[in-house]
Design a protein around this ligand. Structure first.
Ligand code: GAR
Length: 186
């Protein structure tokens, strides 16, 4: 069975959802969770599922010393699901074409450094967008600029608060991220 590595640093709803999809569909295994925050709730979710966790500080993250550790898991794909650090070039090169990210807007709109989570939805609201959505894309060494794999849209009503926009986007993420991972692995 093919395996993936997930990088995350937040609540972990996407991580959890990927794990459930993989189990239910006997689709792939999650070999490792990489995190950069010791108090990230996603760590507990991984432990509940007996998935190994690798917690990294920025110094180690930006070095090349841990790339061999990742490679030893022989991942078919590395999935960034709410991971906010820019990947160093040596990591991107080591796993060229095998790293994907999910971003909660229709890139190139509302992406780039510092654009994550509610900041994105607040910006979408401020810009009076009529629609928003998700983007799943390959990762290169620039924030949110790799080739787009898929996008899915959702309409915004004028009365929608940023929290409602976030909920609509999260529903899309939970539906489309696992199936996109699965189809990339086929
Ligand atoms: C997701 O909405 C993901 O798109 C976003 O972080 C959230 C993580 O939620 N990623 C970015 O904003 C990347 N720029 P989760 O921890 O509940 O999966």
């Amino acid at each position: 069975m093919k395996s993936i590595i997930v990088f995350a640093s937040g609540a972990g709803s996407n991580f959890s959802n990927i794990v459930q999809y993989a189990k239910t569909n006997n689709a792939f295994s999650i070999a490792l969770l990489v995190v950069n925050k010791e108090d990230a709730p996603v760590i507990l979710l991984a432990k509940e599922q007996a998935i190994p966790v690798l917690l990294l500080n920025k110094e180690v993250f930006n070095s090349s010393e841990w790339i061999a550790t990742l490679a030893a898991y022989r991942p078919s794909l590395i999935v960034l699901a709410g991971f906010l650090w820019k990947l160093p070039e040596n990591l991107v090169t080591a796993f060229a074409g095998k790293i994907i990210n999910i971003h909660p807007s229709l890139l190139p709109k509302h992406g780039g450094k510092g654009m994550y989570g509610m900041r994105v939805h607040n910006a979408v609201k401020e810009a009076n967008e009529k629609e928003t959505g998700i983007t799943i894309h390959y990762v290169n060494e620039h924030y949110d600029e790799g080739a787009i794999i898929m996008q899915e849209k959702t309409a915004i009503n004028a009365i929608d608060a940023p929290e409602e926009i976030a909920k609509k986007v999260q529903e899309l993420e939970h539906h489309f991220l696992p199936i996109t991972i699965h189809s990339l692995l086929k």
